[in-house]
Design a protein around this ligand. Sequence first.
Ligand SMILES: Cc1cc2nc3c(=O)[nH]c(=O)nc-3n(C[C@H](O)[C@H](O)[C@H](O)COP(=O)(O)OP(=O)(O)OC[C@H]3O[C@@H](n4cnc5c(N)ncnc54)[C@H](O)[C@@H]3O)c2cc1C
Length: 500
Amino acid sequence: MHDVVIVGAGPVGLFLACELGLAGCSVLVLEREAETSSPWRAAPLGMRGLSAASVEAFYRRGMLDPLLKASHPGTRSRGGGHFAGMMLDPAKVDFAALPYRLPSPATEGVMTNLEAVETVLSERAAMLGVEVRRGVTVSAIAQDDETVVARAGEHEFAARWLVGCDGGRSAVRGLAGFDFAGTDPQFTGYVVLATIADPEKLRPGFNLTPTGMYLQMPAKGHLGVMEFDGGAFDRSQRPTREHLQAVLRRVSGTDVTLSDVHLASSFTDRAMQTTTYRQGRVLLAGDAAHIHSPLGAQGLNLGLGDAMNLGWKLAATVHGYAPDGLVDTYTRERHQIGAWVLDWTRAQAAVMRPDPHAQALQGVIRDLIGTRDGTTYVADKVSGSSIRYDLGSEHPLVGRNAPDFCLEDGTRLGDLLQDGRGVALDFSIDRYLHGSAMGWESRMRYAAGPAIDDLGAGAVLVRPDGIVAWAGDRDPDREAFERAAGRWFGSPASFPGPAA
Ligand SMILES: Cc1cc2nc3c(=O)[nH]c(=O)nc-3n(C[C@H](O)[C@H](O)[C@H](O)COP(=O)(O)OP(=O)(O)OC[C@H]3O[C@@H](n4cnc5c(N)ncnc54)[C@H](O)[C@@H]3O)c2cc1C
């Protein structure tokens, strides 16, 4: 029996598998597709924008260089992006106004593709002893107090926990009885790779029009089109050349001709989320837990954030040293971020609607985005770096993604997080918290010394997912530190933990 079965070897399932493997769990990933390669996952159709927060997650696990290499010619950008097709000007972003950030190798977003992300994660998962079985479609699940069993045809796979990372049409979600609630679509979108007879009739980049939006990507014949049809297109059908051409003509207001369509798929702005991310021994992460339109390039970033948040908590639960209720903080922390992303995409659909009220609102938003504060606000949101969980502390750093503190000897927080343990950073010169941190060595690293910039803190406790769990002042309170360590890492030294 495995500790954890993950259903789905997409980016979220693989990232989670790496987190669990790093923490010493036995992990089996079951994937429906027999082949790893697909034109939908390679560039240009598989192109995806990773936010600065996602890039930071790769950095914190020592996978940033492999990701950049695999993403070649992946572009890096800081402060870019769009809101409802209205482009941000990175030159207008006031980076100094972004709270609690420090220089880091991972402050920029990266344009990559699903194949590159999955290749890097698959290689890491294999190194960590994760088993991936392809050509296995999970079609039934049964669970009791001790185990959960996934069935695929004649085969059964038992584990102590199962995580559904099986995408937007998740089978696990239905099989385990999750409620899935949200809003109906207003538009149908299409991703198309076509031969365009007269591409000069279309403008490059994002183009908001009175009936929707079209997007002409840099790769020849790669288009995105969104039409406000109330989500009427029957998505069980493959869109035909005739249909796509008619939609593109209506949305672009041109008589452009698609002479051939090589690949095409459809999506909508239906925005749905499960009401919880856990049912007994079954959890959900990524698109299995939340779906929404791709407006604003958020889905993959949201799913990677889920995996980073869940991995260490589930591993601690598997190993038996998790404090009570740790795994349930996953839903508590991530559900609200998912809900926010759904609203962010709904807000974009709302200003794109083909009615005079929405068009008026579009003008207002365009003016706001044109200002320095407006650009900074949107850039901060899409970077994912300003997420803050309510961990019950007034300290402004607690609950935030930790800035990449750098000690004067050059040691960076991002490097210290690479083995998947938490980190206690003590900026005092006399290693004030050293004795207190000793009890948790298997679950937390201790590093001490003055920082190049400590942002006014005397010490910080950072969880394995890079979130600040506790922050002390110049004369840190040892008891408060120990209480925080116990809250997130369990009793000191009561269990050896995987990284001992
Ligand atoms: C056009 C478009 C552009 C996008 N651009 C961006 C972007 O720029 N940035 C961004 O952050 N997001 C973007 N997204 C969203 C992003 O692609 C998804 O959110 C992300 O791929 C979800 O990852 P996942 O691992 O949760 O699911 P998936 O990638 O869907 O992986 C799920 C896996 O589960 C497998 N599976 C399914 N059912 C079963 C089963 N029963 N048994 C076994 N295996 C199963 C599937 O074969 C698949 O491999 C975009 C989406 C679209 C459509």
